[in-house]
Design a protein around this ligand. Structure first.
Ligand code: ARG
Length: 596
């Protein structure tokens, strides 16, 4: 693991839960905490540490004195800290403002230790800067995307895919072993409908060309038939019953449909930079556990009969009533989820399982979590639903998008047009098609992850694909610009070792200090995201960093700097900034571009 020892900071006691070899700001915080606990002997170092927060604009760290509930007036308390204060390599000053103490860190050590840490991580192959080992030895199963075969891949699925991919990356970055699961909607009465419809509307040729699209078309047609003729549904239900009973003849086509659909999805996920370790599906959930669940609930007196169907009563927990088995004995979405969770536990023995599913299904998830809990599985408490709000107004120029490839194609097309507007730049792009696809996808992802998950948002191509404002293209542009520094200044490369660089030009620049401080906060950004499961914190970080960089371009120059020592130190900072911005983008499942 990279360490900050090369910066020779004075020794400090170790606060539990901190790790300066991963986040050097932990040392600076500890130094502040020590000043607090030295002033108030009733406080432990750890208690004091928990009160050291990031400051508001222009302030490095702030301590709100009242939170310690110490006897005495805040003014007196503040004096006790200030009267003993001695500046050192960690902290240079303290000021008192009402109930708060504001601390400024010592700039030269701050800058050198952060940049050295970023540098050391980037040049070691073990792990990326920002990573931690909080999940060491633990296993996560995370389910996301989970579209339904033969139905549309709607933006809800897209959101699950984007947020899920981020979370899978995040847990890996935090040392967890991660199993990512795509739980396909590949079972249920709709397959009876398609089986029925395929006899009339199916085409092997179309199926081979694009299974997802063709099955959807068949489904749309047969649904229209069903609306006009009720016997279609009856026939479809019979088909599905035969499938549930494992009748090979009824399953033959279905198997091909599933396989071709998965293949097509895999290609599309790859374009999104999203991967799954396993493709499970509703079809794969065995009967055994579904039956056992029903038995157990019956024993508990929670099941009632409704015209042959089995109904579970969860009113006691304010979770309503739900059908667990249909009158014809066929299984149901809810029961399959119960059986599926048990099977996954048997197989993976996970420490945690996350379901990334839209908030429209809050009740469904709560119901099956509750049922597993009633069945007294000790791991039922380790299931977590990560939900998210609706996406409104997703349409392409051709109308409402129903397939993932349409969404990707539209993003690519709109972005391509956007790029063409600047002819000179456009002509310099080597492969405009793939660049516009990557930027287009970045635009979609950033728009999706920019706000709190639970918020609804309106899809807006213009806004998300603009190079101005807090958009995906803007982030890509920031990364490309940082990447161009080494191309434009080959004479400065390779840079000397960190300890050989004279950083005085950085310590005297407020812009440089701001950039470096932000880089230092990145390990905390990762940790916070793990707690909140919110990608928005990482997105905000990426934008703040990009903004700080863009306000430094004019004053902290590399290219036209005559003093080579200065130019090298600045270049070092920009390269570190590129690496951290790149790390944040990768965490968000975005591929940072080197050129555009
Ligand atoms: N296929 C479902 C749908 O599109 C989502 C599946 C969510 N996951 C689950 N385990 N129920 O609505």
């Amino acid at each position: 693991m990279a360490s900050s020892s090369s910066t020779n900071l004075p020794p400090l006691p170790q606060v539990p839960g901190t790790d300066p070899s991963i986040c050097v700001l932990d040392s600076f915080r500890t130094s502040i905490a020590k000043r607090i606990s030295d002033a108030f002997p009733s406080l432990t170092l750890e208690q004091a540490y928990s009160g050291v927060d990031y400051g508001k604009k222009g302030v490095d760290f702030t301590v709100a004195l009242p939170r310690f509930r110490l006897p005495g007036k805040v003014d007196e308390l503040a004096k006790q800290v200030i009267s003993k204060f001695q500046p050192d390599d960690y902290v240079s000053s303290v000021t008192h403002d009402k109930a708060f103490l504001h601390f400024q860190l010592t700039t030269p050590t701050l800058i050198r230790s952060i940049l050295t840490q970023v540098h050391d991580f980037t040049h070691s192959s073990t792990s990326e800067y920002g990573a931690n080992t909080l999940g060491k030895g633990k296993k996560l199963v995370i389910e996301y995307s989970s579209p339904n075969i033969a139905k549309s891949f709607h933006v809800g699925h897209l959101r699950s895919t984007i947020i899920g991919a981020f979370l899978a990356n995040l847990y890996k970055t935090c040392g967890w072993e991660v199993v990512s699961v795509n739980y396909l909607g590949d079972w249920g009465t709709q397959f009876g409908m398609i089986a029925h419809g395929f006899e009339k509307y199916g085409s092997q040729e179309e199926l081979q060309k694009d299974a997802i699209k063709h099955l959807y078309q068949v489904y749309v047609k047969v649904s229209a038939d069903a609306a006009a003729d009720p016997s279609v549904k009856v026939d479809a239900a019979k088909w599905f019953k035969r499938m549930e009973d494992g009748e090979e003849e009824a399953l033959k086509n279905w198997r091909v449909w599933r396989e071709l659909s998965v293949k097509k999805y895999e290609e599309e996920y790859e374009r999104l930079n999203v991967k799954f370790d396993v493709y499970l599906g509703e079809s794969m959930v065995g009967k055994e556990w579904q039956d056992k669940a029903l038995e157990k609930l019956e024993e508990m007196g929670l099941i009632s009969d409704a015209k042959g169907a089995k109904l579970v009563d969860l009113e006691k927990w304010k979770l309503g009533k739900a059908v667990l088995r249909k009158a014809d004995g066929t299984s149901i979405y809810l029961t399959r989820d119960i059986g599926g969770a048990i099977e996954r536990y048997e197989k993976y023995k996970f420490d945690k399982m996350i379901y990334v599913v839209a908030s429209q299904q809050d009740l469904h998830l709560a119901q099956f979590f509750k049922i597993l809990n009633l069945m007294e599985f000790p791991w039922a408490k380790d299931l977590e639903h990560v939900n998210y709000g609706l996406v409104l107004g997703m349409s392409t120029r051709k109308g409402t998008a129903v397939f993932l490839d349409e969404i990707i194609r539209e993003a690519t097309g709109v972005m391509h047009e956007q790029m063409k507007k600047n002819e000179e730049k456009y002509n310099a792009v080597e492969d405009p098609e793939s660049v516009s696809q990557e930027i287009g996808i970045t635009g979609i992802k950033i728009q999706d992850m920019a706000a709190k998950r639970i918020n609804n948002y309106t899809f807006n191509w213009d806004r998300m694909l603009s190079f101005e404002g807090d958009t995906g293209p803007y982030l890509q542009y920031a990364h490309v610009r940082l990447s161009s520094i080494s191309r434009k200044n080959p004479n400065l490369l390779p840079l000397p070792a960190p300890s050989q660089l004279d950083i005085s030009t950085l310590t005297t620049s407020a812009q440089a200090r701001e950039i470096v401080f932000l880089l230092g906060t990145y390990p905390d950004v990762v940790k916070t995201a793990l707690k909140t499961h919110e990608p928005s914190g990482v997105v905000t970080f990426a934008f703040r960093l990009s903004h700080a960089i863009s306000s430094a371009w004019e004053t902290v120059v590399v290219k036209n700097e005559e003093d080579e020592e200065k130019a090298k130190a600045r270049m070092w900072m920009y390269l570190c900034a590129r690496d951290v911005l790149g790390a944040a983008m990768r965490l968000l499942s975005i591929t940072p571009l080197e050129r555009m």
